[in-house]
Ligand binder design. Structure first.
Ligand SMILES: Nc1ncnc2c1ncn2[C@@H]1O[C@H](COP(=O)(O)OP(=O)(O)OP(=O)(O)O)[C@@H](O)[C@H]1O
Ligand SMILES: [Mg+2]
Length: 871
């Protein structure tokens, strides 16, 4: 029928697809019930439809939207506001004997509104509000009072277990999830700190299903809310998201009238909706306020959002003192995977969480992630060639296998050059967003004398088949994707059947180092937008199905990347931090950080996208160990800048360290001591630390020079004078002095001394003299008492050389300016350098010979004008 060119059927299918239903589902519905939208809808949602009535209804001119509303509301309302029939009230004596805990737990299941049932006594359990697998309302009959049938705990655990099986396909709760539920059942606020991918979302999803009341979830990103709503719909739970990214204006009023079990909302919107939420609390009951990714509350966190800080209004407005119909303050649950100890304290304080807040702290350790750090300049195509060779080869093998299986190379070839093609497709709507709001506004590390990094030109960019315009070349840190930055086609999700082959069933294999990586996608995180495009283009050119992702790309492109990534159609996404929080795809096998992350929290958060199925996954950090990271977001207060530098410094130390297990360092950063000494997977555990060295002689020289300079300046200007500090030589000058005074070290590398200074600082022998600023690396070293004592002692200084120290001792053409000068004497070095200079001047010449700009574009006209002025 559908395939026979039936126009009305096609029309109905199109409408269904518009509503967000899958094509095959729409086709099947039409085949069964005929080309009637209402009946097709009923068939999809309820899994059945009276065929005779369907035919009858097709001839009735009933407004389509009304039909839809009737279906949705009757289905969902039925269980969101459980009717008298669905409840059993017990005022029996057996209940009187129950403990106070029982009373509290029972209160959980009462609707907040003063309903008629309340007059009959305490409800033991509300009907379970669930949608069946077919999307049909299904009310589980309430059970008898728990004290009658053997224990409250057993009662609710059984109930949860049923919900878990039915909706999510899991056999049991994880212990931290159980603890969080227990806290909620006893009306306590709760702060959950659990590893990425551990399953925090269930802690606030189950209460909605268990109580029949509404759970309001505050979430920072629209893409995250969208993903979660889609998943819930798949699991048969009605949910929606609200915010400026919500295209359907009716969803908000529907949510406020209690249609959805779970309402996701961005912080700005929840602040606006306080009054409607109060009415919702009275009419339907709000079971819980969940604040997801709660580290955004804290100024000390890596992703501070000012609106998150104002969420204390939830406690202020939804407490018994404000709302007389409440029996207890509506509990808050706050969840994050990346909060250091100061951040946790800040969260509890700023959200006005109660003094009895239950803190659930699980291990941050991810046993299936193998961490490693590699040195790379990360800025040139030659680095890409070196660093992405294995990745390209891996996917090439995958392609070959696919071609062999399908026997049709064309199918697969079509997918290459993905990123370029996708961007081209969107060029029209993307143009505006690319050219607006981009400030090349970040601190560059002043390349110092010893840095021999050759800056790359844009040749890699312009020589590709699909040229990218200059509008793509902005170089700013990405803004995190705020709610407004991402629009989605629908925001309303009604439960769909749970697929039998649930991708959420977790594998519980604990990988060992011998295991090899399975096939799966990769996310490459880069610090700037420009690099997302450069690298995606590079990978596409080498046959990898790769796409770029950053907040300023066209929304349609971002949507497509999300979509294709989740459907395994993309092999690599090259992204800024905008593709971080909440990406929950089970089989991500590799996370590559290509450049310095802004903090270890951000790093761990992004690395946490890997291996969510529990299988071995790789997290590699490629950074230029010869450069101090200084890339910071613009528009920060002085205090925030200091904090940002502190976080960068922690990152820098993490990468430089090569003697302590990486996982150990990472979890320690979040205040956890790994029970095992090592993870047995990271590069340090597998490759072992470098050879320990006695650095006494160098340490003594360094301390002596620092002491002499420090004393000298103090002697001239007095100890506490401001001038004293300004006159003090900085680290670079100190190294020059060492080179001048000690012949043995005349050709030594500054990087080596930088590593030594860090070791001395860690030991407490020197300190930073500049108290006004935070530096990633010590800038004005000052000797400490301990350092001066060490100078007098015969103590040795045994230490592992760090990343920069090892790098500086690796063979390289020259290690200092003097060596560089000497290099000209070597004919081979001279030839190479002259070759490079020739190449540069040739490129300059070619640039000047570029064809005239297109007079149809603003840029073209402007450059023509400029050329005129020059002449
Ligand atoms: N009890 C459980 N048993 C098995 N799998 C579970 C359980 N709870 C959650 N999961 C699975 O764990 C995965 C991660 O869940 P979720 O997205 O809630 O993680 P998260 O802790 O919020 O991670 P992130 O910090 O990255 O947001 C999901 O795919 C989910 O299916
Ligand atoms: Mg989460």
């Amino acid at each position: 029928m559908v395939g026979n060119g039936d126009v009305s059927a096609d029309h109905v299918i199109a409408e269904l697809i518009d509503m967000g239903f899958a094509f095959d589902k729409a086709v099947k519905a039409i085949e069964v019930v005929g080309p009637c939208l209402d009946d097709a809808l009923e068939f999809i949602l309820n899994g059945s439809c009276d065929r005779a009535r369907a035919l009858d209804c097709c001839s009735t001119a009933r407004p389509r939207t009304l039909g839809l509303r009737r279906l949705k509301q009757s289905n969902i309302r039925d269980h969101v506001c459980p009717s008298d029939k669905k409840k059993r009230s017990l005022s029996c004596g057996s209940c009187d004997a129950s403990s106070s805990k029982l009373m509290k737990i029972q209160a959980r299941f009462e609707p907040a509104a003063k309903s008629s049932q309340q007059e009959f006594g305490v409800h033991v359990q509300a009907a379970e509000p669930v949608l069946t697998l077919q999307g049909k309302t299904n009310v589980v009959q309430p059970k008898l009072c728990s004290s009658q049938c053997g224990g409250v705990e057993l009662e609710w655990e059984q109930k949860v277990s049923g919900i878990l099986q039915k909706h999510f396909g899991f056999s049991s709760l994880k212990s931290f999830q159980k603890e969080a539920l227990e806290a909620w059942l006893t009306n306590r606020d709760c702060l959950v700190l659990a590893a990425t991918g551990s399953g925090k979302s269930l802690c606030f999803q189950i209460p909605a299903l268990l109580s029949g009341k509404i759970v309001v979830v505050i979430s920072p990103l629209i893409s995250l809310m969208h993903d979660q709503c889609l998943k819930l719909a798949k699991h048969g739970v009605s949910a929606c998201f609200l915010g400026s990214g919500q295209p359907d204006s009716s969803v908000e009023s529907k949510a406020m009238s209690g249609i959805y079990s779970i309402v996701y909302v961005c912080p700005e919107t929840v602040l606006r909706l306080i009054e409607p939420l109060k009415r919702l609390a009275e009419s339907h009951g709000i079971a819980l306020f969940a604040i997801d990714e709660v580290h955004c509350v804290s100024k000390w966190g890596h992703d501070f959002r000012p609106d998150y800080r104002r969420l204390s209004v939830l406690r202020e407005n939804f407490s018994t003192s404000k709302l007389k119909f409440l029996k207890f303050d509506i509990p808050l649950i706050a969840l994050t995977a990346t909060a250091t100890i100061p951040v946790r304290e800040d969260i509890v304080k700023s959200l006005h969480m109660s003094n009895e807040t239950k803190i659930i702290l699980t291990s941050f350790f991810r046993p299936n992630l193998q961490f490693s750090v590699k040195h790379s300049r990360t800025s040139s195509v030659s680095s890409y060639e070196k660093d992405f060779r294995v990745l390209i080869e891996t996917y090439a093998v995958e392609r070959r296998v696919k071609i062999k299986k399908s026997g049709c190379p064309n199918d697969i070839d079509e997918d290459s050059h993905f990123s370029s093609r996708s961007l081209d497709d969107n060029s029209s709507d993307g143009e505006e967003s690319f050219s607006s709001g981009m400030n090349p506004d970040y601190d560059h590390d002043g390349a110092d004398a010893n840095d021999i990094d050759s800056t790359d030109d844009d040749s890699a960019f312009s020589c590709g088949k699909n040229k990218l315009t200059v509008e793509f070349l902005e170089d700013e840190l990405d803004n995190t994707l705020y709610v407004d930055d991402f629009d989605v086609s629908c925001g309303e999700f009604i439960g769909n059947p749970l697929s039998a082959s649930s991708e959420f069933c977790q594998a519980s294999v604990i990988p060992c180092k011998e295991a090899s990586l399975e096939q799966g996608p990769t996310i490459v995180y880069v610090p700037t937008r420009k690099e997302t495009l450069k690298i995606a283009e590079y990978l596409s050119r080498h046959g990898v199905r790769a796409a770029a992702y950053h907040a300023k790309l066209p929304k349609s492109h971002l949507r497509r990347v999300h979509d294709e990534f989740h459907r395994n159609q993309l092999q690599v996404v090259v992204a800024t931090i905008a593709f971080g929080m909440g990406i929950d795809k089970s089989n991500v096998r590799r996370i590559i950080h290509y450049g310095w992350p802004q903090s270890l929290e951000a790093y761990y958060q992004e690395a946490g996208r890997a291996g969510r199925d529990g299988k071995l996954s790789d997290c590699t950090l490629y950074v230029n160990l010869s450069r101090i990271p200084t890339l910071l977001p613009s528009q920060r207060s002085e205090e925030q800048t200091k904090q940002a530098y502190r976080m960068l410094s922690d990152c820098f130390r993490y990468a430089m360290n090569n003697s302590v297990c990486r996982s150990r360092t990472l979890v320690k950063y979040f205040g956890e001591e790994l029970t095992n000494e090592r993870c047995h997977l990271c590069d340090v555990c597998v490759g072992g630390p470098p050879k320990i060295q006695n650095l006494k002689e160098e340490a003594a020289i360094f301390l002596r020079v620092v002491k002499a300079e420090y004393m000298g300046v103090n002697a001239v200007y007095g100890e506490s004078s401001k001038r004293n500090f300004l006159e003090r030589p900085n680290f670079k000058t100190l190294v020059s002095k060492i080179r001048q005074r000690f012949h043995k070290y005349s050709a030594s590398d500054r990087l080596w001394w930088q590593g030594l200074a860090r070791i001395l600082e860690d030991k407490g022998y020197i300190r930073e003299g500049d108290d006004d600023k935070v530096h990633v690396c010590i800038k004005y070293p000052e000797p400490t008492e301990l350092g001066l004592k060490f100078l007098q002692s015969v103590e040795t200084l045994d230490a592992y050389p760090e990343g920069d120290m090892l790098l500086s001792t690796e063979k390289k053409p020259y290690s200092s300016f003097s060596d560089w000068g000497r290099g000209w004497a070597d004919p081979e070095i001279r030839r190479q350098r002259l070759q490079r200079t020739k190449c540069r001047s040739w490129k300059r010449k070619m640039r000047s010979k570029r064809p005239p700009r297109d007079s149809n574009t603003v840029r073209g006209r402007l450059s023509a004008k400029l050329a005129k002025v020059k002449h």
